[in-house]
Ligand binder design. Sequence first.
Ligand SMILES: Nc1ncnc2c1ncn2[C@@H]1O[C@H](COP(=O)(O)OP(=O)(O)OP(=O)(O)O)[C@@H](O)[C@H]1O
Ligand SMILES: [Mg+2]
Length: 255
Amino acid sequence: MGIRRKPNKTLSLKENEQTLHKNLKFTATEQYKLLRTNLSFTLSEKQGCAIIGVTSAMRGEGKSTTAVNLSYVLAESGKRVLLIDGDMRLPSVARKMRIDNSPGLTDLLKGEETIQMSIFKSPQLSNWYIMPSGDLPPNPSELLGSRRMEKSLEVLSENFDYIIIDLPPVNIVSDALTVSKFISGMIVVIREDYTEKKELETCFRQLKLSDVKVLGCVINESKNGKGSYGKYKYKRYYKYYKTYGNYDSAENEQG
Ligand SMILES: Nc1ncnc2c1ncn2[C@@H]1O[C@H](COP(=O)(O)OP(=O)(O)OP(=O)(O)O)[C@@H](O)[C@H]1O
Ligand SMILES: [Mg+2]
């Protein structure tokens, strides 16, 4: 697939220290690698390209940070990875990556751009690609659940080993749920000492109602609240269902 190479600005290490894997603290880096390993066990190699959504209950829990860093460690292991910013309402991937936010997903879904023109090749790794969200459309939820979205993911799946989609929070808008029918599974980000238990219960109830396969949870915790990263933990979902959801264990064992 011929991907455009946009002349990216040189990444400033200072401005990107929260999302560039190589600038994270050792503990966080190791936890992302653990997340990568756990995902490879959770997902069957046979199923081809894995399409993974990243969501949470509320705003600001670390979805985009997780999506960027996860896609980075996957690419670092040699996989061909595409990171899509599916949060059309509050996109942040382009800002974190210091690239233009359009053209991107919305332009592709409106039929105004080709796949090739909607994707950036990252300057850090030759197998790490980014599709920004594009301009805010009037109907993000409909676009994400559209036949064109399904078709685009089908085509992209033939070219990538992993597609990571950064999504809006489940409790605020329906976008993550509408696109869930096209993906392999969802990672739920929980920010320690931030995510309310009842919000989390609502989030898992919504995911359950939409029949979404939850691959696992990432616990994003900031230890000192001064902007430095604490630990990232990845837990298999079944460790959480007792606390947060009404799921039967058989279902969660598959996860
Ligand atoms: N573990 C952490 N320690 C310190 N700061 C963090 C941590 N995780 C995320 N942040 C910061 O918190 C803010 C929100 O993170 P991020 O954008 O990843 O969240 P989000 O869930 O995608 O938010 P939104 O719902 O608005 O899309 C960002 O400024 C990010 O740099
Ligand atoms: Mg975000």
